[in-house]
Ligand binder design. Structure first.
Ligand SMILES: [Zn+2]
Length: 330
């Protein structure tokens, strides 16, 4: 905590930070942090009310939920393939990086967060300004560095906040800010994704029965889980420079579970914003941003969801071979 620069220091909520360090329930403190942001006007209450109600659609073993998330803001540029790192400056193309502490403290002076060292790396937990869940957080690196996958930090964060979902969207796979490392953290009792049965493979590693390609990895031991997850993600990304993933992990009842949505920037959709939906859509959550989009999703429902997911499913021969090798008995 000592030695944080001034803009970062101004973001930290001193009371909540002291309780965090003192070991008060992390889930309770985060709920308080999120509520504070509604009270002080950073997040509109009407938006929170809208996302709290989900309408569910089911057919042929598929399920997704539709929410009225009419305040959802798209502040980033995620509809193009970005060049490889490193990116070294917080201002790019004249647009400030909204994850850099100096920009946050200037643009959103009421935004408050909690500082934590996670897996040896500094992070700041902030209420997500475009939440999909209540509560929902963006977890940023104080340092401006690119959005590269890091299973080690994601698992360490999930271990620090038991029961929370920890998410990372790859660059051009839904990450709103591909230039600045960030995770997401939320609490949700239920996601449609967790009800998908395994289609191929077993409990330790298997492919879900889902219209896009999602691999589930489970292990009771966090070190083993992290090693298996890291190896798997690295192997998939090594298939080529267009490969990306969405990562969703959680520890619950002594079992670590990770869902890896296999993505490839060559496979896009015309049904959703930038063509590259993030983790929420494969997990079964569709945010309608206005009445018109709500009506389209509600009327076409499962048919539209199936098309959205098959649009982004990587179906090339290399991916098929990769999955076959993964599931082959050793
Ligand atoms: Zn930045």
């Amino acid at each position: 905590m000592n030695g944080l620069d001034r803009s970062l220091q101004s973001i930290i909520d001193p009371d909540l930070q002291a309780q965090w360090m003192a070991g008060t329930s992390k889930k309770a403190l985060l709920a308080q942090l999120f509520a504070t942001q509604v009270d002080n006007g950073v997040m509109p209450r009407a938006q929170i009310n809208g996302i709290s109600r989900l309408d569910s659609f089911h057919a042929d073993g598929m399920q997704f939920c539709l929410q009225r998330n009419y305040g959802r803001v798209t502040r980033g540029v995620s509809d193009q393939v970005h060049p490889a790192p490193p990116y070294s400056i917080p201002f790019r193309g004249g647009m400030p990086c909204f994850c850099c502490p100096e920009v946050i403290s200037y643009q959103w002076p009421n935004e408050r967060g909690i500082y934590a060292e996670v897996g040896g790396k500094p992070l700041v937990i902030l209420p997500n300004i475009s939440p999909i869940f209540v509560p929902h957080f963006t977890v940023i690196s104080p340092e401006h560095r690119p959005q590269l996958m890091d299973c080690n930090i994601a698992v360490a964060l999930a271990a620090m906040v038991p029961g929370a979902w920890v998410i990372q969207n790859g660059q051009d796979a839904g990450a709103t800010n591909p230039w600045h490392y960030h995770l997401q953290l939320f609490f949700a009792d239920d996601l449609p994704l967790v009800h998908c049965p395994i289609e191929n493979g077993g409990d330790a590693i298997g492919v879900l029965h889902h219209p896009t390609l999602i691999v589930r990895i489970s292990a009771p031991d966090p070190a083993l889980f992290e090693a298996q997850l890291s190896d798997f993600v690295a192997e998939y990304l090594n298939l080529g420079e267009t490969r990306r993933v969405n990562l969703l992990i959680r520890e619950g009842a002594g079992l670590w579970t990770g869902y890896v949505v296999l993505r490839d920037t060559r496979f896009r959709t015309d049904l959703y914003r930038s063509g590259q939906p993030g983790y929420a859509e494969p997990a079964g959550i569709i945010s309608a941003v206005d009445d018109a989009s709500y009506d389209i999703w509600a009327s076409e429902n499962v048919r539209r969801y199936h098309r959205l997911m098959t649009d982004i499913r990587p179906i090339d021969a290399e991916t098929v071979d990769f999955i076959q090798a993964l599931l082959a008995p050793s």
